[in-house]
Design a protein around this ligand. Structure first.
Ligand SMILES: [Zn+2]
Length: 242
């Protein structure tokens, strides 16, 4: 392939040479460094990507006894490990589901006690109490469970919530791909909803992406992943967050 761009334009000169000839080149300075924030950083410094090439599937708001078992079965069949962002109240109601998730080799993530969308705006002490209560419920189900991640409901990360999560040993994870699987208007049939989720994930997923979906109350999402798992596996390495 013949590059159509002149080499000078393609290769940014990283250090200015004091000995550069006083001719044309110095008169065409590269534009100031593109002001881009690091690709891996989301709101308040939360993570958008896995940091490697692997793609991480994350499933939120469960556990849900009606849907989580079907998803776990599907993941096991496809030999895929994922990350589950658990809501404390649901953990308390269904501790056996948490044990199944852990037995399946999946990663756990704290998703607050009752999906409080405004937790990040509360006092640090309230944030800490919520996170601890949720972690305690998870560990009541699975003693010694590792909970290395936190996701604020709605992705509503604030510097405070990220800081408290870090104090408790949890990294804050946002997402890179959001198929909005929770959004299911009455005008959208189940089939159309499932197809929309499938197409959205197919079109947007790139190496390193963290993909957001929901196992709680979302049977269409599980159906979408019946199609998506083989498709994703043939293109990416699917990883649980480490
Ligand atoms: Zn959620």
């Amino acid at each position: 392939m013949v590059p159509s761009t002149p080499a000078a334009a393609r290769k940014p000169t990283t250090k200015p040479s004091p000995l550069a000839p006083r001719t044309e080149k110095t008169t065409v300075p590269k534009k100031a460094k593109p002001k881009k924030k690091p690709a891996h950083t989301g709101p308040a410094g939360s993570l958008l990507t896995t940091g490697g090439k692997g793609v991480a599937l994350t499933f939120d708001d469960g556990p849900d006894p009606a849907n989580t078992p079907a998803l776990l079965k599907l993941l096991a069949k496809q030999h895929v490990k994922a990350t589950f962002c658990l809501v404390g109240e649901n953990v308390k109601r269904h501790p056996e589901m948490v044990r199944k998730i852990v037995a399946g080799g999946h990663t756990l993530c704290n998703h607050t006690w009752d999906h409080d969308l405004k937790l990040g705006k509360k006092k640090a002490s309230a944030i800490r109490a919520d996170m601890r209560r949720t972690n305690a419920a998870i560990r009541a189900a699975v003693p010694g469970a590792k909970i290395k991640y936190f996701r604020a409901p709605g992705g509503n990360f604030t510097p405070d919530i990220v800081k408290v999560a870090e104090e408790l040993g949890m990294k804050s994870i946002y997402w890179k791909v959001d198929p909005r699987d929770w959004e299911h208007g009455r005008e959208e049939s189940d089939g159309a909803h499932t197809s929309r989720v499938i197409n959205s994930v197919k079109n947007r997923t790139r190496a390193g992406a963290i993909v957001l979906s929901h196992d709680y109350a979302q049977p269409d999402t599980i159906n979408a992943y019946r199609v998506l798992l083989p498709w994703l596996k043939s293109r990416f390495k699917l990883v649980p967050l480490p």
